[in-house]
Design a protein around this ligand. Structure first.
Ligand code: ZN
Length: 428
């Protein structure tokens, strides 16, 4: 029997369940549903202390880096270069669930405990990291803890960032004992990571619908946003006859329909959303003179996104011309598509097979800390099913057998990437 299989037998899902439930409780705020561990909030700090305690109990000598990342380490036997890193986050969106992020961190700690219990000695050091500020729900900056560790963040990039209540990120960091002027120190030297693994709930509903226990993530989708302005002419909603109008919303309405049709035509390889739309002046008795809207496109295939967006802009131009409107489009990429390492995908798939768990490959439609790591190290994500495809909500749920399966695959994949497991080590 391989080490991974023996370790799987020692994955104690009851223990993990109790810890996930405890972390969820610590994230609650009076009178509010779900977890409120917004980055660096009081609830987040309670959660962080809890995770640090678990790492201490697992003899992982945790440290907190300059960006507030929690890093627990189990030493390797010394001959392996760079750490095998299991990462995720414990911050949540407002009213978040029990599993998003927390599963990856507590599952990682469980892997370390299980491997210790079977006396497994890895060649590489194994680190479990809880990255700070992953959700970007409080400080809407792209500068999360994983970015600070991999790419590096300069103090002036943090200056002036405020939450919705006006609190400065730099003040909040200081209150936690972090020095924002030292944030550059969180960046680690090249070669620090041998491979990166993240166990996460799918958040979508594909695995749950198919009854597949394990998702092997092939890529994280890119996000492109087009800010569209349609200008017509505001006028009296009674005295302006229908054939005299330059109604900006008519153009916008046609465009929203086109967005839906264009995305449907891509057969599940692209999603598109108009989630923001402002009608000016926004009065019942005034013909809309201007509409601002944002089209968001997500796909793992940047070429596809560009093609669909070009076609949508052409349709918007037609609609604008038809209603006598002026069109402006400003496009920006909010996140580049990130392909994940093929060797790590193979390792995850083999690990699932070894444990007799059905798996399938799929893209991740949401961003993860693995995006940062894929720039510098072979990286992979293991998905487990989200019941009903629900996430970022209090009733987010993953069945306990799936939690157990995910942690088992995480352990087995780690052993393969370490190269010490008898079952066909994978070169990454
Ligand atoms: Zn997450």
């Amino acid at each position: 029997m391989t080490t991974a299989l023996r370790a799987l037998g020692l994955v104690d899902v009851k223990r993990v369940r109790a810890e996930l439930e405890q972390l969820f409780e610590l994230g609650k705020e009076p009178g509010r549903e779900g977890a409120w561990r917004l980055a660096f909030s009081a609830a987040d700090r309670r959660g962080r202390d809890f995770v640090l305690d678990l790492m201490r109990q697992a003899k992982m000598a945790p440290r907190v880096d300059e960006a507030g990342n929690l890093i627990g380490t189990r030493r390797g036997s010394g001959s392996g270069q760079g750490a095998l890193i299991i990462g995720s986050h414990i911050d949540t969106v407002p009213g978040g669930g029990m599993f998003d992020g927390a599963l990856g961190v507590l599952g990682g700690i469980e892997v370390v405990r299980a491997l210790a219990e079977v006396g497994y000695e890895s060649l590489h050091p194994v680190e479990v990291i809880a990255f700070s500020n992953e959700e970007k729900a409080r400080f809407q900056s792209v500068l999360g803890g994983s970015t600070a560790m991999v790419r590096g963040v300069e103090p002036d990039e943090l200056a002036g960032l405020r939450d919705s209540e006006g609190a400065l990120l730099t003040d909040v960091m200081r209150a936690m004992g972090l020095d924002p002027d030292a944030v550059g120190g969180a960046r680690r030297p090249s070669g620090f990571c041998r491979a990166y693994l993240e166990l996460h709930v799918e958040q979508g509903g594909r695995l749950a619908r198919e009854g597949t226990a394990i998702g092997v993530v092939t890529a994280i989708v890119g996000i492109t946003r087009a800010k569209v302005t349609l200008r017509g002419r505001a006028n009296h909603a009674g005295t302006t006859m229908m054939d005299e109008r330059h109604d900006a919303l008519w153009g916008a309405a046609d465009l929203v329909g086109e967005v839906r049709r264009a995305a449907l035509a891509e057969d599940g390889e692209l999603v598109a959303t108009v989630g923001e739309l402002k009608v000016h002046p926004g009065a019942a008795n005034v013909v809309p003179g201007r509409v601002d809207l944002v089209i968001e496109l997500r796909s793992a295939d940047e070429g596809r996104t560009a093609r669909v967006l070009d076609a949508l802009v052409a349709r918007a131009r037609d609609a604008a011309a038809g209603y006598g409107l002026v069109l402006e489009v400003e496009t920006r990429r909010a996140g580049r598509a990130v392909p994940l390492d093929g060797g790590v995908q193979d390792a995850i798939e083999s690990a699932a097979r070894e444990l007799s768990l059905p798996s399938r490959r799929l893209v991740s439609w949401a961003g993860h800390d693995a995006s940062s790591f894929a720039r510098v190290a072979p990286s992979g994500i293991i998905f487990v099913p989200s019941a009903g495809g629900i996430s970022h909500a209090p009733d987010e749920e993953t069945a306990w057998p799936h939690v157990e399966a995910g942690i088992g695959v995480l352990a087995a994949t780690l052993c393969r990437l370490d190269g010490t497991d008898a079952a066909a080590p994978v070169r990454v």
